[in-house]
Ligand binder design. Structure first.
Ligand code: GAL
Length: 874
């Protein structure tokens, strides 16, 4: 009874603290020329980017705890203005936009928060985060010394700071927020605005600091930031970066650990060893705060993707994948790196600037020694090709190419960035999975998980071509797309009617020619219809369109469907960009001169009828008459389809495989999953990936000749066990019969660790001495393997303790092989979610080959603990 009462009290106290926003004892945050200072102490901080609306609130706590387990101290997010203020003055802080709940969850997990308010954020997010209504404010010019813009920006920034303060979320209130950002990479475009650019930048800085938030503010890529704001670095590498004053610490606000993807492009990946190298070099050379952009990228749900042409997945090749699962070896290797950096933290914060020692032509050490004998060091080999043996404090160290060894005691290697000791995981996925090795070997492409599909009954509905409602209007000439749609829909119908005479027809017959429709300039996508028949389409950014058309004698209806595919999110003068058509639209090839359609009367219709009737929603879809879709139906373009499906059992994340479809949008139970577009990436460019040498986003790409995106995440919380409503709007002649539902999970896990593996210090097994400090004595190396939650190891595909060859999915036995390999591994791992095995003769019942260095290589399968079936089809 007493114990129970105590528990109740404890739970109530914790809840009370959380309600009050007191996650920590209130603390101050400041900085000096070396580091961010938290509660009076300099800190070396690892931060991870998670954008709250790119996940569901149900996913947040798992993402935050996986970040914490991965050794992250701080969660970073932008604030998404257009999500929070969809209509001017009407705010939304609910659901995926419940920023207060997100920040509180970060605080209650014991992590800090870095809030990048912007409110321009770029982020591959629609319109860079700006609400589209901002364009309509009279006299407005974005991101410059313009009163209407500054008023709106200040109002929103103030609102967010006030909200955080009201909820007691700043550090000095006991909340998690330790740092804020105003603007975003304004330095890239400042000069486009002449002197007004600098004036605006100064205003933004002053306005932000004037809000008295009580924590430091940063401006990224802003070399001319004022003295009271920290200017920070964004990039793949920031180890050479110096802020504009010695009084400011070296802060890396965006470490791009992957990259975003456009429809029709290859999918970028960044090798783990190179990310670890970049982070280690940063702290080696005096860096103090590093944020992964992104630690979890997530999904551009609905129409939130930026543009033009950003895909729905924002996976970013981040340490936590789009679905919330660990990406291995990336997550684990970086976790080990973070643990090694943390071992050096006392030395790093004790020293203002490290002692530099040149160890060789491309090798160098940075030594942080203090209190006489205490010391940490980083040894780097920046040679892109060769290993180097260096001598440091009378000891020899072998440094692999393009790597850093971290020596927390200036003697023992706790970590080397190029030596991965953690598991590799291969998931069921719609994307190719790249497997990188330390050698410049060809990329190995893993086949996606294959399953059959079961088609169910589908119903369909045709979307009218052209105007469909009383809300259409007529205007002489061509109006700019966004001025008409206000971005309430991607789609805008433009229709005009022209008269074709007998004389025109005979002219074309005699000359065996046809008239040609030309559009001077168009973005992002247009479909051309003549008399209700589809004639062609074009995609691009301000491209010229030329389309031959057939016309009949009499009246002809020319209809153009202009589409946006995510609004521009980067660059100067965003408010002037617009979309749709520019210049002239002309019908050419007439005997008596061209027809200037730009001067005719056009009928405008915003959006689709299905969108306006919300036929994708649970409430409204039944109010419309749908027709059964026969399996042999000849389908037409621009159709809506619907069916119902059951959710796969278990916990694995769920995806829709839309690789059989063309282009459109999709909803599940009324939730807008996003746009889809089955565009293939170019066939070439996917050959090799070598972690060594400077990275760029074209370096390690996959999906050549295959669709950029095939699988689309359906968050579990949007599903019920059965009868989930699936509605698809398809713009091409593809039918939905082959759409399937898939489970996304880690199917294959591999690891490979040698007896003499150095460094043998895994973050999760660092031994603690009796006084709680971490011992750097070498331990027996171990292999650690883990399936996703709800899954267990169901088979051992390969196990060899000896001298196995090859790599994951391609292992083979070498000359030396312990006959007990399989049974030892099976016994330790089968039926478990995770297991560990020591790499030692004792474990394997004796030495299989005396005097030879032994390695343990294993490959296993994971499957759902509740059932062996992993996928459930329509
Ligand atoms: C940066 C920008 C981010 C994001 C990134 C690319 O320049 O600040 O918001 O767009 O590029 O993913």
């Amino acid at each position: 009874m007493g114990i129970k009462f105590q528990w109740v009290c404890l739970v109530l106290t914790v809840q009370a603290l959380i309600v009050a926003g007191e996650f920590f004892k209130p603390f101050n945050v400041s900085y000096d020329g070396r580091a961010i200072i938290i509660d009076g102490k300099r800190r070396m901080l690892i931060s991870g980017g998670i954008h709250y609306p790119r996940a569901t609130p149900e996913m947040w706590s798992d993402l935050i705890s996986k970040s914490k387990e991965g050794g992250v101290d701080v969660i970073e997010t932008y604030v998404f203005w257009n999500g929070h203020e969809p209509v001017r003055g009407q705010y939304n802080f609910e659901g995926r936009y419940n920023i207060v709940k997100f920040v509180k969850q970060v605080g209650s997990s014991g992590l800090y928060l870095f809030l990048r308010i912007g409110p321009y954020v770029c982020a591959e997010w629609n319109f860079g985060g700006f609400p589209v209504w901002l364009r309509d404010i009279p006299g407005i010019e974005f991101r410059t010394d313009n009163i209407p813009f500054k008023e709106e920006m200040q109002r929103f920034v103030k609102k967010i700071v006030a909200l955080m303060r009201e909820e007691s979320l700043f550090s000095w209130q006991g909340g998690p927020i330790i740092m804020l950002q105003i603007e975003n990479e304004y330095g890239n475009i400042e000069s486009s605005y002449g002197p007004k650019g600098k004036a605006y930048m100064r205003w933004a800085a002053k306005m932000a600091v004037g809000l008295d938030a009580g924590v430091p503010w940063v401006m990224c890529k802003q070399t001319d930031a004022p003295e009271y704001i920290i200017d920070t670095c964004n990039g793949y590498y920031c180890d050479g970066f110096k802020p504009n004053s010695k009084k400011k610490p070296i802060v890396w606000t965006e470490h791009w650990d992957g990259w975003y993807t456009n429809w029709g492009d290859r999918v970028p990946h960044r090798p783990t060893e190179d990310i670890a190298f970049a982070v280690a070099r940063f702290f080696q050379r005096g860096g103090s705060f590093q944020n992964y952009y992104m630690y979890f990228g997530g999904t551009n749900f609905g129409r939130t993707a930026g543009g033009p042409n950003i895909i729905t997945s924002y996976d970013y090749d981040a340490p936590i994948d789009e679905y919330g699962l660990l990406r291995q070896p990336k997550w684990g290797h970086l976790k080990d790196l973070h643990a090694a950096i943390k071992l050096c933290e006392p030395a790093l914060v004790a020293v203002n600037s490290p002692h530099y020692i040149k160890l060789g032509p491309q090798q160098e050490a940075h030594v942080y020694s203090y209190n006489g004998s205490k010391c940490s060091a980083f040894l780097a080999n920046i040679d892109e090709h060769n290993s180097a043996t260096v001598k440091f404090r009378n000891q020899a160290y072998i440094l692999p190419p393009w790597s850093v060894s971290i020596l927390p005691d200036c003697r023992t290697t706790a970590f080397n960035t190029a030596k991965i000791g953690v598991q590799t995981s291969i998931k069921t996925t719609g994307l190719d999975v790249a497997s990188y090795s330390n050698d410049p070997a060809p990329l190995k492409l893993m086949a996606p998980y294959e399953v059959d599909y079961i088609s169910k009954t589908w119903k369909f509905l045709r979307e009218p071509i052209g105007a469909w409602s009383d809300s259409n209007f007529t205007y002489q000439g061509i109006l700019e797309h966004l001025n008409v749609t206000k971005d309430h829909s991607d789609y805008l119908w433009y229709s005009t009617r022209i008269y074709i005479s007998d004389e025109d027809i005979s002219y074309w017959e005699e000359n065996q020619a046809s008239p040609v429709l030309t559009i001077d300039s168009m973005r992002d996508f247009v479909c051309i219809f003549v008399n209700g028949q589809f004639k062609g389409s074009a995609k691009g950014k301000w491209i010229k369109v030329v389309e031959p058309v057939d016309l009949i004698q009499g009246h002809n209806d020319i209809t153009l469907l202009s589409q946006t595919v995510g609004l521009q999110n980067y660059g100067a003068f965003l408010e002037k960009d617009g979309a749709g058509f520019r210049g002239q639209i002309i019908l050419k090839g007439f005997k008596n001169g061209d027809r200037k359609l730009t001067e005719t009367m056009w009928t405008y219709q915003v959006g689709l009828k299905g969108e306006s009737l919300k036929i994708y929603s649970i409430d409204e879809n039944e109010s419309t008459e749908w027709t059964d879709l026969p399996t042999d139906a000849t389908v037409t373009r621009f159709s809506w389809y619907k069916t119902y499906f059951d959710a796969p059992g278990g916990l694995d994340p769920v995806a829709l495989d839309l690789s059989s479809m063309g282009k459109g949008q999709v909803w599940v139970n009324g939730h807008h999953i996003g746009r889809y577009w089955t565009l293939d990436a170019p066939k070439d460019g996917c050959q090799t990936c070598d972690y060594r040498g400077a990275y760029d986003s074209d370096k390690c790409v996959t999906n050549c000749g295959r669709p950029t995106q095939s699988w689309y995440h359906i968050p579990r919380s949007w599903l019920q066990a059965s009868d989930n409503l699936l509605v698809v709007f398809e713009e091409t002649e593809k039918t939905p019969l082959e759409i399937s539902i898939k489970s996304h999970y880690t199917e294959t896990i591999c690891a490979e660790v040698s007896e003499n593996y150095y460094p043998p210090l895994h973050a999760w097994s660092l031994p603690k001495t009796s006084n709680g400090t971490i011992s750097l004595n070498h331990t027996v190396p171990e292999i650690h393997l883990r399936c996703d939650a709800g899954n267990t190891i169901s088979s051992v595909k390969f196990a060899s303790y000896g001298t196995p060859q090859g790599s994951c999915q391609n292992f083979s036995r070498g000359n030396c092989h312990s006959p007990n390999s399989f049974s030892v591994v099976s016994q330790a791992c089968m039926g478990r979610q995770s297991c560990s095995i020591s790499i030692s003769n004792a474990v394997f019942g004796g030495d299989p080959c005396h005097g030879v260095v032994k390695t343990l290589s294993v490959e296993m399968r994971c499957s759902s603990s509740s059932s062996t079936s992993s996928s459930l089809m329509l």
